[in-house]
Design a binder for this molecule. Structure first.
Ligand code: HEC
Ligand code: HEC
Length: 486
């Protein structure tokens, strides 16, 4: 009979034991570190949008228990201590384990990642003592994303981010078994510390003192794409943009020349959704079919999600007259063949910061990154940026503050000459102002909840778009009434 080798019996037994151990360790290791247990299934489409995983936990996820204890270990690094992640303006629904816009998935161990909803779900209140009403696919005007990004890096850099301190806190809250405890202590915590610290380089421009803060409800969208997706060296541009609404995407018809994103840098909903999702994934999707399946779902969902109706009373007679004011002064851009197309900067006159953050070469390179992944889409527009898209105004009542950089608090302020628009105001307070049509942006509550936006600072200019500003007061009031109906 043939044997495996002519070595002594004890060696064969040892070899077998080693082999067995390796197999067992391999299986345990695979199950506890790598095995993807799949996404939680949400039957309700709104819940899927808010909490559904698309696999971003793989490369961009944070281990659940680290995410859980960070605000407890580092309250001093929160914008406001004592309220945990709520201090970043994330929206939290009663009875939910995670804030809106966060997904959880077990890939070996539980991990947390972001979804589209962290930036694309809105909230408002009629008065201060009320639970916020959430509007899915609305702009999240309360989220202080820059502060959240910095928080994660700052925690990771702190000496208190170590296994002893974090494990002590984790063990207070969890019932981890022996393997998970060992894994957290010796692998997950050190690796997470390293990966978060590494982000600091890519986030360098968030620490520049000569750039104003994004503040609540804004990010620097195209610079994020530039530095994370195509990994360009950092330049001197700064182009803060408001979170947009993403409902009713079927209004965009590429065949009519419509463009998407504020400066018209993308072709169609499918492309924008893919690029946004890749931004969240942080790397090439592990399972492309699964990823593209989620994209198809998102596109269909957002195309057909209607804009929300104005929830307060509307004076129908005034609105009817307001429509004629609108037809005479606004419709040429906002309800015509021009809507959804780019208006040259010289004609619109708003802040040019956002335009300077992106261009033809960036688009070419970003398109290449995506096609190299084997993903087909029409993609980003490979041409210089020349102006801003004349917006569709559906659900405009809930899209305050206004303009691409969110520099004008209310629709009433949009109708005031630029020099009379508020110079400094507070963004991120969600109590609604039915008179000015926007959110409350001044006063102690707004200042406590919000972050200031100073329109004199770079990227924050509130000039331009002076259409309708010299109308008689009565016409303005009627126009405002009509805008509520859109
Ligand atoms: C970190 C915040 C953030 C996340 C997460 C995010 N977006 Fe966005 N999204 C933005 C901002 C900001 C813009 C505006 C970019 C610009 O033009 O400057 C935008 C633009 C868009 C637009 C274009 C809207 C229009 O009318 O032109 C769509 C559609 C969109 N996002 C969908 C998504 C989807 C789908 C996801 C998830 C896969 C997602 N976004 C994730 C912040 C975010
Ligand atoms: C010449 C074309 C043009 C005319 C006329 C025009 N707009 Fe605009 N509008 C634009 C463009 C372009 C933007 C985007 C500018 C930016 O974000 O920098 C815009 C943005 C807006 C926004 C902000 C949208 C958002 O999501 O923040 C509102 C509100 C608005 N316009 C209302 C009006 C009203 C009301 C009138 C009539 C009194 C009017 N516009 C007339 C081109 C026009």
């Amino acid at each position: 009979m043939k044997t495996l080798c002519n070595c002594p019996r004890w060696l064969k037994i040892t070899g077998l034991v080693v082999l067995l151990l390796t197999v067992v360790l391999g299986i345990v290791g695979y199950n506890r570190f790598m095995r993807d247990y799949g996404a939680t299934v949400f039957d309700n489409p709104d819940d899927r949008f808010k909490y559904g995983s698309m696999g971003a936990e793989n490369d961009a996820g944070i281990p659940y228990w680290i995410f859980y204890v960070l605000p407890r270990v580092f309250p001093d690094k929160l914008p406001k201590p004592g309220v945990g992640y709520a201090s970043f303006g994330v929206v939290w629904e009663e009875g939910q384990e995670l804030p809106v816009g966060f997904s959880k998935r077990r890939i070996g161990f539980d991990r947390v990642a972001n979804t589209c909803a962290s930036c694309h779900v809105s909230s408002y209140r009629t008065q201060a003592d009320e639970t916020p009403t959430l509007v899915v696919a609305g702009p999240n005007h309360t989220l202080d994303l820059e502060a959240f990004f910095r928080f994660l890096v700052d925690c990771a850099k702190d000496p208190r981010f170590n296994a002893d301190t974090l494990m002590a806190e984790i063990e207070l809250a969890s019932k981890l078994d022996f393997i998970d405890r060992m894994a957290y202590r010796y692998l997950i915590i050190p690796i997470t510390k390293k990966r978060l610290t590494e982000r600091e380089g890519q986030f360098q421009w968030l620490y520049r003192h000569d750039f104003p803060e994004w503040g609540r409800g804004r990010d620097d969208a195209m610079n994020l794409t530039k530095y994370f997706m195509i990994r360009w060296p950092m330049d001197d541009s700064f182009g803060p943009t408001d979170m947009p609404s993403v409902w009713n995407l079927k209004k965009y018809q590429p065949e009519k020349g419509h463009r998407m994103n504020f400066a018209g840098d993308s072709h169609d909903p499918y492309s924008v959704v893919i690029d946004s999702a890749l931004g969240l994934m942080g790397a090439e999707p592990k399972d492309k079919d699964d990823f593209l399946g989620h994209i198809d779902w998102l596109v269909d969902y957002l195309k057909n999600k209607p804009a929300p109706k104005y929830p307060f009373p509307i004076d129908a007679a005034r609105a009817a007259h307001g429509k004629s004011v609108f037809d005479a002064n606004c419709a040429a851009c906002h309800a015509s063949a021009r809507t959804g197309t780019i208006v040259p900067l010289a004609e619109i006159g708003t802040d040019r910061g956002r335009i300077n953050t992106w261009g033809k070469q960036a688009a070419i390179e970003a398109n290449k990154v995506v096609s190299d992944m084997g993903i087909q889409r029409k993609g980003l527009v490979e041409a210089p940026l020349t102006g801003y898209v004349a917006q569709f105004l559906d659900g405009i009542w809930l899209r305050a503050p206004y303009l691409h950089n969110g520099s004008v608090p209310s629709l009433a302020d949009m109708l005031a000459p630029p020099a009379q628009r508020p110079q400094v105001f507070w963004r991120g307070y969600d109590v609604y102002d039915q008179t000015k049509v926007g959110f409350v942006v001044q006063g102690p509550e707004a200042e406590r909840a919000g972050t200031p936006l100073d329109t004199r600072l770079r990227g924050n200019g509130n000039g331009g778009h002076s259409f309708g500003t010299s109308l008689p007061a009565g016409d303005k009031t009627d126009l405002l009434e009509y805008l509520k109906t859109l």
